[in-house]
Design a protein around this ligand. Structure first.
Ligand code: UN1
Length: 509
């Protein structure tokens, strides 16, 4: 529509000399400027970034420790007001943030819009939660005593975020940690430093003190590992691979300090189960959206389509037809369905996967690509038919879908195989039979189940998002239990009489 066209024009016109460097008060920055290239066209440099060194990491920790108590003592409602102001600013400046998502992360315009919206939603949601949960709560108790439960920030929180939601998840983690009264050190994914830098600047502009929210771009060893092993860090919010989450957990546990908290959201081997009562048109549309939106670079994306054999031929045919219609190319064009993958390493992994599939799977379809892809990291969406889920040994983070047929008496085996992958993030179900839907939903060990729709795009506050087992620690992002995990609880019991003793004991006594 017209609004989207106007937005796309603004997005594509937004050019700036985007820069990212550590945002750490008092640090003296040195070191090389590293060029950032556009994943859709590697010949284009869109900005520069500079990595943090060990001295900058140390300075950031000192700043955070010094600044946190005052931030924590502020009423939660005042912190919330600042985050809501940031949400307003982000909304006003939508085109330039979408532009960054398109150029640096290769997001389509539609994905860019969703990305900014989700960031705005996270900021407002955790602000609202903080107002509700952080007010001191008087508890009933015996006469002669007052009892209050109060949430407080844990201290310094490190937020390590992924490139696939470089604004939404980045801002979401930070918003929760800040709302709860923590000082935050944010380490973005190395692929999306420019977006992270712009988001942190915006939060500063909205009123978050610079020492309360610091920005440390850099690699996992110099920045990530140095932070997570430091005893001054009270907790880490992390979204990324299961292996990295494990390493962070080990590092937190090994410190000679209080045991740090880890809130991790990791990968998935997400399935979509369709039985013979599924409506093929709807199924194919939802499978396509679940597998190929954002070039399949969502941890929520469908990787495996289990289709009951009665409808399998028809569905596979329609899938191949629909894939031929996908438009793969320039993410800045409104007509593009699938943009590039994030970088050449990601592309290489997918190409290796395709080579492996060529040996063991039956090809179903490869989407067509236009001329615009010659210089970018593009992987045309692909689908194969497999015999069993055990043929997939890892999560394939891109537009790759695997179809497996099942027979009427094999439903339990299908669910066992999905649970057996060890992951448990999203699950799609396409069926018109209530019993089947209930049976699958009850037995599948996953965090988010979607019935007769696509299985991506969880909405903050509406569909709290996060998985089980290898897919993460919980609590779910955008859900009511997330924010309290960033806080510590304090019970305050005051004797309101002039006599000594313990009113509770007398009452219970
Ligand atoms: C992720 O891919 O890391 O439900 C999370 C969704 C998004 C979250 C995906 N809101 O698709």
């Amino acid at each position: 529509d017209d609004q989207l066209r106007t937005l796309a024009t603004q997005v594509n016109a937004a050019v700036a000399d985007w820069r990212a460097a550590p945002l750490v008060p008092g640090a003296s920055l040195s070191g090389p400027q590293i060029a950032v290239t556009n994943p859709a066209d590697r010949r284009q440099t869109i900005g520069q970034w500079q990595a943090a060194d060990a001295a900058t990491v140390e300075r950031a920790l000192q700043n955070a420790v010094a600044a946190q108590p005052a931030w924590d003592r502020m009423p939660a409602a005042s912190r919330a007001t600042i985050l809501e102001h940031a949400a307003d600013l982000l909304e006003q400046r939508m085109p330039q943030y979408i532009a960054l998502c398109t150029r640096e992360a290769g997001k389509t315009i539609a994905d860019g819009v969703a990305e900014v919206r989700e960031a705005v939603d996270f900021l407002r949601y955790y602000a609202g939660q903080a107002r509700k949960l952080f007010a001191p709560e008087p508890l009933p108790g015996p006469t002669g005593e007052s009892n209050t439960l109060q949430l407080q920030g844990r201290g310094v929180f490190v937020c390590i975020s992924p490139w696939n939601f470089p604004l939404a998840i980045f801002a979401g983690q930070i918003a929760a940690a800040l709302a709860a009264g923590n000082a935050v050190i944010a380490k973005p994914a190395e692929q999306t430093n420019l977006i992270g830098h712009a988001a942190v600047k915006l939060l500063h502009e909205a009123g978050v003190p610079e020492a309360v929210l610091q920005f440390l771009p850099g690699d996992g060893a110099t920045v990530g590992a140095a932070l997570t092993k430091d005893p001054r860090v009270a907790g880490v919010a992390f979204t990324g691979s299961t292996d990295t989450a494990r390493a962070i957990n080990r590092s937190l546990a090994a410190r000679d300090a209080a045991i740090g908290v880890l809130i991790a959201e990791t990968g998935g081997q997400n399935a979509l189960i369709a039985d013979s009562s599924a409506l093929p048109e709807q199924l194919v549309k939802d499978a396509l959206a679940s597998a190929f939106t954002s070039a399949g670079q969502r941890c929520s994306a469908a990787r495996v389509l289990y289709v009951q054999d009665d409808i399998a031929d028809k569905v596979i045919d329609m899938l191949a037809g629909a894939m031929a219609e996908l438009s793969v190319g320039d993410p800045g064009l409104l007509s593009t369905d699938v943009g590039p993958v994030i970088d050449s390493d990601a592309l290489k992994l997918l190409e290796d996967h395709a080579a492996k599939m060529a040996g063991i799977a039956k090809p179903i379809a490869t989407a067509k690509t236009g001329d615009s892809i010659a210089h970018g990291s593009f992987f045309a969406p692909r689908a194969w038919e497999l015999q069993s889920l055990s043929q997939l040994t890892r999560e394939n983070f891109g537009p790759a879908l695997h179809v497996i047929r099942w027979k009427a008496d094999q439903l339990d085996q299908v669910i066992d195989a999905i649970n057996g992958s060890g992951y448990g993030l999203t699950l799609g179900i396409h069926s018109r039979i209530d019993d089947t839907i209930e049976r699958i939903a009850a037995r599948a060990n996953v965090g988010n189940i979607y019935v007769n729709r696509n299985q991506i795009g969880a909405v903050v506050g509406v569909q709290p998002f996060g998985g089980q087992n290898l897919s993460g620690t919980g609590p779910k992002a955008g859900g009511p239990h997330y924010l309290p995990r960033f806080a510590t609880e304090k019970t305050l019991t005051i004797n309101t009489t002039a006599a000594g003793g313990n009113a509770s004991l007398l009452t219970l006594g």
